[in-house]
Design a protein around this ligand. Structure first.
Ligand SMILES: O=C(O)CCC(=O)C(=O)O
Ligand SMILES: [Mn+2]
Length: 203
């Protein structure tokens, strides 16, 4: 697979998953969401709802509620353990992450066409040696990224269905977010929307 190095530590693998692999993964996620339904995260303290809905798979799942951001082994609504991470995703991580241990958390973000995600850093993990591996499915989005401080200069790129973005090393703590979903850019999901799968090593 060929990567474009966008900046040191930030690698984009265009169409790392072909259409057939995207469809398989879509079905895997559909099954996971039957067991671990999307929930509505809210901001710590203010309780303001995110515009994305979330679920997780793997030993640990990332959640956000009034009490704060954290990883936990059970779904916040059903209280059941998260389903396992699909084999396709583990294989991608083993092939591309360049890290000797499997991920222990996979966040599932569901964006309806109006959803977005504000600039943030992924810093709730204990180990910053492991990279973040993110898979896009469905409608494309405009992904924005900058440096390690908020408010500095930023760049953006379009993430399309099947793309894999990895940020590690000097890019591990970059600010990033999703400006908007680009409507009508994919037929993978019905109703149209975007799924992002973010594999991490939380502990
Ligand atoms: O949806 C994306 O591409 C980014 C998601 C993200 O940054 C996160 O959930 O921490
Ligand atoms: Mn993030």
């Amino acid at each position: 697979m060929t990567a474009v190095e966008i900046r040191p530590g930030l690698h984009l693998y265009k169409t790392a998953l072909d259409r057939a692999a995207q469809e398989t993964l879509r079905e895997n996620i559909r099954e996971i969401l039957r067991e671990a339904p999307l929930f509505q995260p809210v901001m710590p303290r203010t309780g303001k709802a995110f515009s994305v809905r979330m679920s997780n798979c793997g030993p640990l799942g990332w959640v956000s509620d009034r009490a704060g951001y954290r990883y936990q082994p059970e779904h916040p609504v059903t209280a059941k353990p998260w389903p396992p991470i699909p084999e396709t995703l583990l294989r991608l991580w083993r092939d591309l992450a360049g890290y000797p241990h499997d991920p222990d958390a996979c966040l599932i973000n569901y964006y309806d066409p109006a959803a977005k995600m504000g600039a943030h850093q992924d810093v709730d993990e204990q180990d910053f040696d492991a990279p973040i591996l993110s898979v896009s499915l469905g409608c494309a989005c405009r992904f924005r990224f900058g440096g390690e401080t908020r408010g500095g200069s930023t760049q953006s790129l379009v993430l399309e269905s099947g793309d894999v973005l990895i940020f590690g090393g000097p890019a591990r703590k970059m600010f990033h977010g999703v400006d908007r979903i680009l409507a009508k850019t994919s037929t993978l999901l019905d109703p149209p929307g975007r799924i992002n799968l973010t594999l991490r090593r939380a502990r």
